[in-house]
Design a protein around this ligand. Structure first.
Ligand code: ARG
Length: 585
């Protein structure tokens, strides 16, 4: 079953051909959801775009189109408005038919892709020995959501964690630890990440202040990259410590990721440079091997270089990313590679994409996509920090959200005179707390900065996770109260729509697959959030106006199906955002 909007487009394409001939078969009918419900449910704006080729007035074109439009099974008689907009209103009978099909479909009308291509989603990707910060939290949440949506559509998704586990930080760190804490380099469990971050900070300070330390650290990097045993062992231990901390966060957030850090590509770096040289793309600049970029210039208008090998022979972040592109295309067979990082890395990705393109590595039909996101700000509008000015540890941030969600719940229980077990409170607190953090992030257009506020994200009102979860819980409450088993409502039970709020809810339910298709295209999860928020609002309006358990048959069953479908859409939609539901709260 094609999404509704696609069906409408198809009917218009047929009408275009019937009215104006085969050369209009590929014309975009410009069918969009109506901007205002008083114009109906959808509108087609194609007539206005055809005035030039047809040399007719848009209204005349619209009239001819409507006369050739075969759409009576889906819509009421189309109306032509203004200069030539064609307004479409869905027929209740059509809504009832399609909704009853969706109601018995576990995928709720969302089709799987016909060609399940392989997609790499490169996300989270924190750096060893540095604390995971809120930027990595955004990457983790957004990347996971994109991966979930692509997986649900049937793509083969490779979730890759491009951990920063290679590079100059290890030279400093090993040299420093050898001085102050040598057992950490030979014994497992000798330090935890908290210490490691502190050591890294001190090592960096030494590096910046002491030339002989600098020299030793540089030498240490060369030894490590040359495969020296003791250095390798020290490196492994340091990575192990960081990894443990990262894993805790991933477990708490329910994130699946395959680690393939920068070090993985080490064996391929020399080949990358050799290949670029062979393609004639390399130029030496102050001893470094560079590719001069097209379209990137400095103030003087000179082309900017992308360094792929430093003057000391070492490779860098860009070289590694170029090697990763090659590997993901050749070995992984990826046709789409999606990178989720902060917007600050936009230039880096534009540059490496260009170099890969010019080197002839990108086959036709393959796309490399950078998915950028903005900053997380504190409530003062400045960079998100603890009160003492330190970066916020992710672990603390998530624990705080959970603790606050649990406290909110307990306050509500007390106010309502309800008693629940401690396990219940822990479970709901955790689900709501984590869900709220994820939802607060995903519901913003990712390209803008957003303000992190526990109070806002945990509010029961507004575009928040608790509001959506509450709508879901309300439906489960209907089932408990009426002792209804939604699964046993019967597959042949009829949906009949009469009340205005029922129609509005039904039309919204029908748009789920359109929204999923949109998010898959634009990789903007906030579209799905908005859809689910509006679904919750429309359900609440319906539920306020229309009795469900008290209604007469056939209304009663029809409304129960509508409620259940709302809950299932919420549950599925939230699961695609990486958020679990609760049955009571
Ligand atoms: N480790 C990097 C950072 O913390 C992000 C890596 C993103 N992925 C990539 N292939 N460059 O900023």
């Amino acid at each position: 079953m094609d999404a509704l909007i696609e069906q409408l487009r198809q009917r218009f394409r047929e009408a275009l051909v019937a009215a104006f001939g085969g050369e209009f078969a590929a014309t975009d009918p410009i069918v969009v959801p109506a901007s205002n419900p008083k114009f109906g449910d959808y509108q087609a704006n194609v007539a206005l775009s055809l005035t030039k080729p047809l040399k007719q007035k848009p209204r005349e074109i619209a009239e001819t189109l409507v006369a050739n439009l075969n759409i009576a099974d889906i819509c009421q008689k189309p109306e032509i408005a203004g200069p030539g907009f064609i307004n479409l209103t869905l027929k209740p009978a059509y809504l009832e038919l399609v909704l009853s099909q969706i109601a018995v479909d576990a995928r709720l009308g969302v089709p799987t892709v016909k060609l399940p291509q392989r997609v790499v989603v490169d996300f989270s990707s924190p750096n060893i020995a540095k604390e995971m910060h809120v930027g990595h939290l955004r990457s983790t949440i957004i990347g996971d959501c994109i991966a979930r949506i692509l997986e649900f559509r049937g793509y083969e998704v490779l979730r890759l964690n491009h951990i920063g586990d290679w590079g100059t930080q290890f030279g400093m760190l090993i040299t420093y630890l050898r001085e102050v804490h040598p057992t950490a380099l030979t014994t497992a469990d000798a330090l935890d990440l908290g210490d490691l971050v502190g050591f890294y900070r001190q090592a960096k300070k030494r590096f910046d202040e002491d030339p002989s330390f600098q020299e030793a650290a540089r030498h240490q990097v060369v030894k490590l990259q040359g495969g020296d045993r003791a250095s390798r062992r020290a490196w492994e231990l340091i990575c192990e410590q960081s990894r443990r901390e990262f894993l805790q966060i991933y477990q708490l957030l329910d994130i699946k990721l395959q680690e393939r850090g920068e070090s993985f590509y080490n064996p391929f770096l020399a080949d990358v440079v050799a290949d670029l040289r062979q393609q004639g793309l390399l130029k030496e600049d102050q001893g470094a091997q560079c590719v001069f970029l097209e379209g990137f210039t400095n103030k003087e208008g000179d082309a900017l270089p992308l360094i792929v090998q430093k003057s000391d022979g070492g490779y860098n972040y860009a070289t590694t990313d170029l090697a990763a592109i090659g590997y993901r295309l050749q070995h992984d067979g990826a046709t789409r590679i999606i990178y989720v990082t902060d917007a600050g890395q936009a230039t880096h990705f534009a540059a490496i994409f260009q170099v890969a393109q010019r080197a002839g590595w990108i086959p036709l039909g393959v796309s490399l996509i950078h998915v950028p996101f903005g900053l997380v700000l504190g409530e003062d509008g400045k960079k998100f920090k603890t009160r003492s000015g330190d970066t916020v540890r992710l672990r603390d941030l998530l624990d705080e959200a959970i603790a606050r969600a649990k406290a909110d719940l307990q306050a509500r229980l007390a106010a309502e005179g309800r008693t629940e077990t401690p396990e219940f409170c822990d479970h709901v607190g955790q689900t709501v707390g984590i869900g709220a953090v994820k939802y607060a992030d995903l519901s913003q257009n990712r390209t803008s900065n957003y303000i992190f506020s526990y109070d806002k994200m945990l509010a029961l009102q507004g575009n928040t996770a608790p509001y959506l979860l509450y709508a879901y819980v309300r439906v489960q409450g209907i089932a408990r109260k009426g002792e209804i088993n939604f699964e046993k409502l019967g597959t042949d039970a009829q949906i009949s729509l009469g009340e205005a709020t029922e129609l509005v809810l039904a039309k919204h339910l029908l748009q789920f697959s359109d929204v999923i298709a949109e998010v898959e295209q634009d990789l903007l999860p906030n579209r799905l959030c908005l859809y689910l928020f509006e679904l919750s609002q429309k359900f609440n309006q319906f539920y306020d106006r229309c009795p469900v358990l008290q209604a007469e048959e056939p209304q009663r069953t029809s409304r129960l199906i509508l409620s259940d479908l709302t809950a299932r859409t919420l549950k599925l939609g939230l699961s695609l955002l990486g958020i679990s539901v609760v049955e009571r709260m």
